[in-house]
Ligand binder design. Structure first.
Ligand code: ZN
Length: 346
């Protein structure tokens, strides 16, 4: 009985926050939020097959003074979770009374896939290759269309948060169009191992590709955007999260939004381009190099064996570079990935 009473009291007095504690909205109206307010919303995106809304979490800090709108968006790929924690830890330190401008943080954009441990959307499409989406398109196209309609136009700057995908690991690296001064600045303010120049807006001649990433879409809208890759999929990595928070704070310092004391960051290795190297036969792969390792032309990067343990083929670095990412899943069919090689700036 005593135990029962104790549990009952715990139930009564534990601070329980239910889903319903947060207002549901169908669009972000910054005008409806007073200066100096913090709001947490469920933003409805689509309906599920039982006519219930699928919503994403949105945290808005609207400062007392005017300033830029910074977007922090995590997990457009549902298995890329470190960014969610980077957002949760970053917003803890925002003081809305000191803030100049607005922070719109979305700790989990691909709501359906996050709850199912999936990278891709429910129709197996990659949301991050489907911008700008279509109002009357298929499932992923409509979801992307709503992101494009409801979220991106609200932003002046964007940090797009990712990790490696299943079967791979990454360093902490940034992708951005470094020819753009603002983007370059945002990239260099991250506590990253590697900063990679990556144009981001795919084109053939003068024609912009029909489908593109969220970063490309945001850039076409004139929003300086970087993509930050924080390590590994489907985990929280404390070190990555801490360094991610430093990057967010540094960008907010630079934008004059709030003054944070941040540790000095070590200079990142600058890469002018990068590419993946793949196996061209199936087998069981060892990758005898580490993340962030500088490798020379001709260095051994992969050993492929058959199930009997015989070496089928060895792979070597085609040129000098740095290991940005590598495969951790030994099982590979033809075309499986070995390493993501960054080519250092001259
Ligand atoms: Zn991703």
């Amino acid at each position: 009985m005593k135990q029962f009473l104790f549990s009952f009291c715990l139930l009564l007095f534990s601070p329980v926050i239910s889903q319903n504690s947060f207002e549901s909205i169908s669009e972000i109206n910054l005008e409806n939020i007073q200066n100096g307010q913090v709001k947490k919303y469920w933003l409805t995106m689509i309906d599920n097959g039982f006519s219930q809304p699928i919503s994403i979490p949105v945290i808005i800090f609207k400062g007392k003074e005017q300033g830029p709108v910074l977007g922090l968006i995590a997990a457009i790929h549902g298995n890329e979770l470190n960014g969610i924690k980077v957002i949760q830890e970053s917003v803890k330190e925002i003081n809305v009374n000191e803030l100049k401008g607005t922070v719109i943080a979305i700790p989990g954009l691909n709501a359906l896939s996050i709850s199912q441990d999936r990278r891709r959307f429910v129709d197996e499409e990659d949301l991050n290759r489907n911008f700008p989406g279509k109002a009357n398109g298929n499932r992923s196209q409509q979801y992307v269309w709503r992101i494009n309609l409801k979220i991106l136009p609200k932003l002046d700057y964007l940090i797009d948060m990712h990790t490696a995908s299943f079967g791979r690991i990454n360093s902490l690296y940034v992708r951005g169009e470094l020819g753009d001064e603002k983007i370059s600045q945002m990239a260099l303010l991250q506590d990253a191992d590697i900063v990679l120049n990556n144009k981001g807006v795919p084109s053939t001649g003068d024609n912009i590709a029909a489908t593109r990433t969220m970063r490309a879409e945001a850039m076409l809208k004139g929003i300086p955007t970087i993509t930050v890759e924080y390590g590994n999929p489907q985990v929280y990595q404390d070190d990555m999260v801490k360094r991610g928070v430093v990057g967010v704070k540094n960008v907010m310092n630079w934008l004059g939004m709030q003054t944070f004391a941040t540790p000095e960051i070590k200079p990142a290795v600058m890469c002018k381009k990068s590419y993946w190297i793949y196996v061209d036969q199936g087998g069981l792969l060892d990758v005898p190099v580490e993340l962030n390792q500088i490798i020379e032309k001709g260095e051994l990067i992969g050993v492929l064996r058959n199930p009997f343990g015989d070496i089928i083929k060895e792979y070597f670095a085609p040129e000098k570079g740095i290991v940005i990412g590598k495969s951790t899943n030994p099982v590979n069919i033809d075309g499986g990935r070995i390493i993501h090689l960054g080519i250092l700036e001259d």
